[in-house]
Design a protein around this ligand. Structure first.
Ligand code: EPU
Length: 342
């Protein structure tokens, strides 16, 4: 495999932002992934694993170590079990499963990125999350340099969270994910936007639901479409915050009962970050320098053209400060940040 030097990272991200990687390599197999990890270790280089670059903001200074792009391909089917290589395009896998009549991931159509990223942040949308269908995750342990397999129950899945981005962050390189899907299963129609879309005619097929999700995402600028300025982003820029019932009651007392909310576990309440931004003055099409907010979804921060990571960070900080002042909620960014701690 080739180890390239000083490779600009911006083209590898949907944001189109980021300086160069000191070293860059592409792994098409588990052997190559191991070879690259050894290369980095022998030289004392920090390592960053790059999948689809769709949930990533890279610093303007780039990365001083080795960026390893995972490009492995392959879908093996064994009955209702699909073992998928980490480098497969996620949406292509959804299309494949839906075409074969398998339910379980149809609401996750149109999400950019690769399969390997899906267990890391427990990708979810429109009433489904991958934690419901993942049965096993295979990974390279970057400490022992051995391959390990995790059963779903050991992955600590929660909202946008797993073992891989929390307690064991940076320790594993996901190489393969096994999903158990349901042959001829019914599509999931729980999310309000989807129910509305399919109110008439009702009872859509799996393929119709996947197409409907893509159409809704496209409308919101959350589907990667060439030339669509609203999708030069990393999707949702903030997680939807989860607060206590008492905190929510205080907010309702102060701001009225029109605050949209969803129940979360342990009697907590999840609030749409998009609504909080809007109320704090960060509306659709808001601009700060060369960064801004999508014209179709408040939660997507976008690169208006030639934006730097610093432009995006300035907007991020302005939003966090304002939302905190108004609602006493500290928003957490959703995309991965590659750069010095800020
Ligand atoms: N809202 C606004 N303004 C907007 C958009 C939304 O105020 O411009 C409020 C409304 O109250 C709306 C609510 O936010 O009812 C929810 O909006 P939406 O259905 O668009 O979902 P979201 O909470 O903003 C989450 C995920 C998305 C996922 C959608 C659909 C997070 C951080 N984001 O967004 O995931 O596609 O639900 O299920 O959980 C991503 O992570 O990058 C992503 C796109």
């Amino acid at each position: 495999m080739k180890f390239l030097e000083h490779v600009p990272l911006a083209p590898y991200t949907t944001f189109g932002i980021g300086g160069p990687a000191r070293w860059f390599a592409e792994a098409s197999s588990e052997d190559e992934a191991l070879e690259a990890v050894v290369f980095a270790r022998e030289r004392g280089l920090p390592l960053f694993i790059l999948g689809g670059g769709s949930n990533l903001l890279v610093s303007d200074d780039g990365f001083p170590g080795l960026v390893l792009h995972i490009a492995s391909k392959g879908i093996e089917q064994d009955g209702d079990l699909f073992r998928v290589a980490a480098g497969e395009n996620w949406d292509a896998f959804v299309t494949h499963a839906v075409e074969l009549g398998y339910a379980g991931i149809e609401c996750l159509a149109g999400i950019p990125g690769t399969v390997g990223g899906t267990p890391v942040q427990n990708v979810g949308a429109y009433g489904q999350e991958v934690a419901e269908t993942i049965v096993r995750v295979r990974a390279l342990d970057l400490e022992s340099l051995g391959f390990v397999e995790f059963e779903a129950a050991d992955c600590a899945f929660a909202y946008r969270r797993s073992l891989f981005n929390s307690t064991a962050r940076g320790r594993y390189l996901v190489t393969r994910v096994a999903y158990r899907l349901t042959h001829q299963g019914q599509p999931r129609l729980e999310y309000a936007d989807l129910k509305k879309y399919f109110a008439n005619p009702p009872h859509p097929s799996l393929a119709e639901v996947a197409a409907g999700v893509r159409a809704i995402r496209r409308e919101k600028g959350m589907l990667l479409v060439d030339g669509d300025a609203d999708c030069r982003s990393a999707g949702s820029f903030f997680k939807n915050p989860i607060i206590s019932a008492e905190h929510y009651a205080r907010l309702v007392a102060a701001h009225g009962s029109a605050i949209p909310s969803y129940p979360a576990s342990d009697e907590q309440v999840k609030l749409p970050a998009a609504w909080l931004l809007d109320q704090a003055g960060f509306k659709k099409s808001y601009k700060l320098g060369r960064a801004g907010i999508s014209s179709r979804h408040t939660l997507a921060l976008i690169n208006l053209g030639n934006a730097t990571a610093s432009d995006v960070l300035a907007l991020r900080d302005a939003i966090i400060t304002e939302v905190e002042a108004k609602f006493a909620i500290h928003l957490e960014p959703e995309p991965v940040w590659l750069g010095p701690s800020v």
